[in-house]
Design a binder for this molecule. Structure first.
Ligand code: PHE
Length: 470
């Protein structure tokens, strides 16, 4: 009893010292920087490529609007209302004890994502380094076959090597460690507020140059032409999975960042702006990639190799190409690093508030685990990459468990908590900032989506993905 009280006093102390972001614009850039990441540059274009272009984008947009947006608003609600980490939040909101599992699942899934995300980030950093060194310069003067051969070899030695990918993985891990140790305001906020505008500028430059190419109209057609007959159940499933991963929901990231949102912020407005901007970024990246792909007669269905093979291959053949490759990998490194910040903050906030350890110790602990376990996810061709569990490499296993199982389950529980275990008046008070915002109708629409449509859609898609709907 006394122990419990002492613990509460301790927790209150932590609570008092709790940081928040300093302004609405800081909230926007921080939350958007979590959403914009390898998902936009690596997953989105390759999934659009393999799933037939415009129709996939349409299904993705519907999933984002009807499912991701309500889940994101629910996460912001839980975060700011409780001002706690993912596990403590449910305690603070007097949730039935079962819901604490959501918090633990968040800590587990962000860690799993971090393991393979840091690997891909490492590859991106290594390509940035290669680009700056001028390794891709001669690609432009070779025949297409020779250039393809060369870029495939570069891929094999950097990403498929035994030691180098492990070392490259340490670079983003190191950057992230330094930034997160600096804290919410001095670390996350400062970095995201300065880097996001740079990131936008770099994306626009790349897109403008790509759109001046001969194949531009074909690229635009591919992205925007909608052929409804290409929509299949597995495509819908892939779009929903991407809609979770893309907007960083279903893992507690937006609960944790939500817990730092200022009291006067319009959280529904912010979620909407983040969703819209993130989608614009994805489409702009697509507009930067596909025209170049068509101009050189390549297939748009390249899969993930689109980023590491196709980009250097095609960009080296266009005006300002080498500069463009540097810009492209620079923007990708920035985006990857900022998303990693939001992944790490979930277990770090948990350790600080629930286990009562210092920020610095918590960060070093999590990042050391990421460095050690993350090594398992290096490319399949290296020694460790060959190990298979349930027929999957560690990379695919961590990706599968987090994206296909944990994200939908956690997202579903979050939205069920808000829709069925939360007082309606609490939701209206929190989302309207105690009625200082005039957004009753928006809240009403959100509530209906959160209570009925979103959970049903998630459930159907999830059961289908497990093969339970036949
Ligand atoms: N949204 C990020 C991306 O698009 C990935 C991410 C998922 C980040 C979950 C945080 C939490 O790359």
């Amino acid at each position: 009893m006394i122990l419990k009280e002492m613990k509460n006093i301790e927790k209150n102390k932590v609570q008092k010292k709790r940081e928040t972001f300093s302004s609405g614009i800081a909230v926007f850039f921080a939350t958007l920087s979590s959403a914009v990441g390898l998902g936009n540059i690596w997953k989105f274009p390759s999934m659009v490529g393999t799933n037939g272009g415009g129709a996939f984008i349409l299904v993705y947009l519907v999933a984002v609007l009807l499912v991701s947006l309500p889940v994101m608003i629910s996460e912001f609600y839980i975060g700011r209302r409780s001002r706690r980490n993912t596990v403590g939040a449910f305690d603070k909101l007097n949730a039935p004890p079962f819901f604490k599992i959501v918090g633990y699942l968040g800590v587990i899934s962000t860690s799993l994502i971090l393991f393979f995300y840091s690997a891909v980030s490492g590859w991106v950093y290594s390509y940035l380094f290669k680009a700056i060194k001028g390794d891709f310069k001669e690609l432009g003067s070779l025949t297409m076959d020779q250039a393809t051969d060369k870029i495939t070899k570069a891929f094999d030695t950097t990403i498929g090597g035994n030691i180098s990918p492990m070392l490259w993985q340490l670079i983003p891990i190191l950057f992230v460690t330094i930034i997160i140790i600096a804290g919410v305001k001095q670390g996350i906020e400062k970095v995201t507020k300065t880097s996001m505008p740079i990131l936008f500028l770099l994306i626009i430059i790349t897109c403008v140059i790509a759109l001046s190419l001969d194949g531009a109209s074909q690229g635009i057609d591919f992205l925007l032409k909608i052929d409804l007959s290409t929509i299949t159940p597995s495509m819908v499933l892939a779009a929903l999975g991407l809609a979770f991963f893309k907007l960083s929901i279903g893992v507690g990231t937006m609960i944790t960042y939500g817990s730092y949102i200022t009291d006067d912020n319009s959280m529904i407005g912010n979620a909407f702006k983040v969703m819209l901007s993130d989608t614009l970024v994805s489409i702009t990246v697509g507009l930067a990639i596909f025209p170049a792909v068509f101009t050189f007669g390549l297939e748009p269905t390249e899969g993930p190799a689109l980023l590491f093979n196709t980009i250097p291959l095609v960009f080296s053949r266009i005006p300002f190409g080498n500069l463009l490759i540097i810009i492209f990998f620079l923007l990708t490194s920035l985006a990857a690093t900022m998303s990693m910040l939001s992944l790490v903050e979930v277990p770090v906030a948990f350790l600080i508030e629930e286990v009562n350890i210092k920020r610095k110790t918590a960060v070093i602990f999590i990042m050391s685990i990421t460095a050690i376990v993350g090594v398992l996810t290096v490319h399949p061709q290296s020694i460790l990459g060959n190990i298979k569990v349930l027929g999957l490499s560690f990379f695919d296993l961590f990706d599968y468990i987090s994206s296909n199982i944990l994200m939908p389950v956690t997202g579903l529980l979050i939205i069920i908590f808000v829709g069925y275990f939360t007082r309606k008046s609490d939701i209206y008070n929190e989302l309207s900032n105690n009625h200082s915002l005039r957004n009753k109708w928006t809240i009403r629409i959100f509530y209906l989506l959160a209570k009925y449509l979103a959970p049903i859609l998630i459930l159907i898609v999830f059961l289908n993905s497990l093969g339970l709907l036949g």
